[in-house]
Write a protein that binds this ligand. Structure first.
Ligand SMILES: N[C@@H](CCC(=O)N[C@@H](CS)C(=O)NCC(=O)O)C(=O)O
Length: 298
């Protein structure tokens, strides 16, 4: 079987809704994220076409649907993957109408990773490029932010996607107690006779990656110190504001929320979970972020 066919055959159909495409409604507060605080022409066009359809009662071809290929949901999270959850939040913030398509094996995707956005006949891999493309379509992921705040926001995203995300990966894949839940879930679509073998091979490659990164060579104390440093920096930047850069959610929250939330929802509590929960601001931030940014996703 060709690689692409194999990936296609693994489009998940095992879960309700998975593998089917369900349009996801635009967010409750799309105006917050439109450039210039007014609806982007593309959104206005969508509204116009919808109204025309209603009045004439006939099928009119609407604007092309955006499809996000993503890992399936798990543990009350919109996706296994923090990058996929980030892309979903960005799509919601953008006010675009989109649909999700769950895929378990991304090997045939550009970069062999997820998320990937299908838009206007092109495949856009990588949450950062998806953010960039949505911005070209009129989304403003940094409402009311100065250029300096945007630059800080960009750096914060990189920080969180480096140490905190890799700490999450570490505890999911290398902590035996968590692996007992994660392994069967991540590989549940692999035929049973080879499931353990495949899961073991991928687990070894994740271990090698984390060793190469350095995180899996550190003592627990050193790893937690790195996490603590990131959390303290995040807490300082956030201050008393509801979201990381101020009163409104930005692209930074789209990246930070999934990582912290997935650490908080590890199937088995670890020292990492405890460090994250030990920060006073994290609990309220998670509650606020889940109720606003995960609304309609998880
Ligand atoms: N920089 C990319 C990273 C995407 C990424 O690493 N996705 C992971 C899931 S969290 C993946 O697809 N891994 C599958 C693999 O490496 O085989 C982004 O921002 O989207």
């Amino acid at each position: 079987m060709l690689k692409a066919e194999y990936a296609q055959s693994r489009l998940s159909t095992a879960r309700p809704g998975a593998g089917t495409k369900s349009p996801i409604k635009p967010p409750a507060l799309p105006h917050l994220f439109q450039s210039g605080n007014s609806a982007h022409p593309r959104v206005l066009m969508t509204v116009f076409v919808t109204i025309s359809e209603y009045h004439e009662g006939q099928q009119i071809k609407g604007p092309p649907m955006l499809t996000l290929t993503t890992f399936p949901p798990s543990f009350s999270e919109p996706s296994h993957s923090p990058f996929c959850a980030k892309a979903m939040i960005l799509l919601q913030m953008s006010g675009q109408t989109w649909e999700r398509e769950d895929l378990a094996n991304p090997s045939a995707m550009p970069h062999g990773r997820l998320p990937v956005l299908r838009a206007e006949g092109q495949l856009i891999p990588d949450s950062e490029f998806i953010q960039g493309w949505l911005t070209t379509q009129g989304a403003d992921f940094f409402p009311d932010c100065t250029d300096e705040q945007k630059a800080i926001g960009h750096s914060v995203i990189k920080m969180v996607e480096e140490t905190l995300r890799n700490a999450l990966i570490h505890d999911r894949w290398l902590d035996d107690q968590n692996w007992a839940y994660i392994g069967p879930l991540f590989f549940d679509d692999v035929p049973r006779p080879i499931r353990k073998l495949i899961a073991g091979i991928v687990r070894r490659s994740v271990r090698a990656g984390l060793k190469s990164n350095g995180l899996a060579r550190m003592s627990l104390e050193q790893r937690l110190q790195k996490v603590e440093n990131d959390l303290n920096a995040l807490g300082q930047i956030k201050g008393a504001s509801p979201f990381i850069l101020g009163d409104a959610p930005t692209a930074v929250d789209a990246a930070v929320l999934p990582v912290l939330s997935m650490i908080d929802r590890l199937p088995v509590e670890t020292a990492l979970t405890r460090v994250v929960r030990s920060k006073d601001w994290v609990g309220p931030y998670l509650q606020r972020g889940r109720s606003t940014l995960y609304d309609g996703l998880a």
